[in-house]
Design a protein around this ligand. Structure first.
Ligand code: ZN
Length: 310
């Protein structure tokens, strides 16, 4: 059992337009852009990170906006919905705010005894806000969202799979336990709890395979405290037969990746060193940060990137 896994670290998705993406997360949802950098494998494309004040693991939504990327085809083998935690009685505020932003439809429901609002982002990305009792995380209050209703961070992601069995087993090995099943959804959470500790497995036997595009989640990352914990996890995952990448330095965390049986790409990311490693906390996300190997090409890269509104 991998007791080193502490819940979600970040979720990374694809977008078609950097400005619209930035406006949605910082304006409509009121998150903080905590880092403005580039895709380390394709430096002509941004990598934008949104989260709470410091980009605490469990709050961080990240995007690769590829200009004019075609839309995703949603289906099986992907992260379905990314769910944010908001305080009790916050959904009335959000229903009005999303409507004012022209976001429709917004669907209200009750899921596992909690109230939730489902809606789509600029690329048809699927999100929900869920009322969570007693989430003590401190919210960033950007975009004019009051503190008593603002997003606390992630509650969960859902995985849409044709057959959830092998992934359920994998998550069990990753320190998750089944909490409850409702219809086609099995809810799992990290043993011993925490924040951003829930994963829902949605079984859709007849669904077509998802195809990556704008509005797709590219991967979901799970948190470990440090590099030693990550190495232990890497060895254990590899020992069970998964092909795991070497440890990759992402400047703000170290990452390993492996493809799960249902087709979803998992990452395990360290909580160290975090987003304050190269910027003052008061100015996170304001300047374009480049990994050192691209610093020599800064002028060309900056010229190519669409300017973002602050
Ligand atoms: Zn990642």
């Amino acid at each position: 059992m991998l007791q080193e896994i502490k819940g979600l670290h970040h979720v990374t998705s694809m977008a078609s337009d950097a400005r619209a993406n930035n406006a949605f997360f910082t304006g409509t949802l009121g998150l903080r852009r905590v880092k403005t950098t580039v895709n380390f494998d394709a430096p002509d494309v941004y990598h934008l990170y949104y989260g709470d004040e410091l980009g605490t693991p469990g709050s961080v939504m990240t995007y690769f906006p590829f200009p004019n990327m075609g839309p995703a085809r949603h289906g099986a083998g992907e992260v379905g919905t990314t769910v944010f935690s908001v305080p009790r009685d916050a959904l009335g505020y959000w229903r009005d705010r999303l409507a004012a932003a022209g976001i429709a439809p917004v669907t209200e429901s009750t899921s596992f005894a909690a109230k939730r609002l489902d809606f789509e982002g600029p690329d048809g990305d699927r999100f929900a806000l869920l009322e969570v009792e007693g989430d003590a995380r401190v919210a960033w209050t950007g975009g004019g969202v009051p503190a008593d209703v603002a997003i606390r961070g992630f509650h969960s992601v859902s995985l849409r799979l044709r057959d959830g069995g092998a992934t359920r087993e994998l998550l069990g090995f990753m320190n998750y336990e089944v909490l409850e099943t409702a219809g086609s959804v099995t809810r799992m959470a990290v043993r011993g709890g925490g924040v951003a500790d829930v994963v829902d497995i949605e079984t859709l036997p007849g669904a077509p395979a998802a195809q990556l595009g704008a509005g797709s989640v590219h991967h979901v990352a799970f948190a470990v405290e440090d590099r030693a914990a990550q190495l232990a996890v890497r060895k254990a995952i590899a020992d069970t037969g998964y092909q795991v990448t070497p440890v990759i330095d992402r400047d703000y965390f170290w990452a390993i990746y492996f493809r799960t049986p249902g087709g979803v790409l998992f990452e395990v990311a360290t909580n160290e060193p975090g987003f304050t490693r190269d910027e003052d906390p008061a100015h996170l996300g304001e300047a374009l940060k480049l990994p050192s190997r691209y610093e020599h090409a800064r002028e060309r890269i900056e010229a190519h990137l669409q300017p973002l509104a602050a």
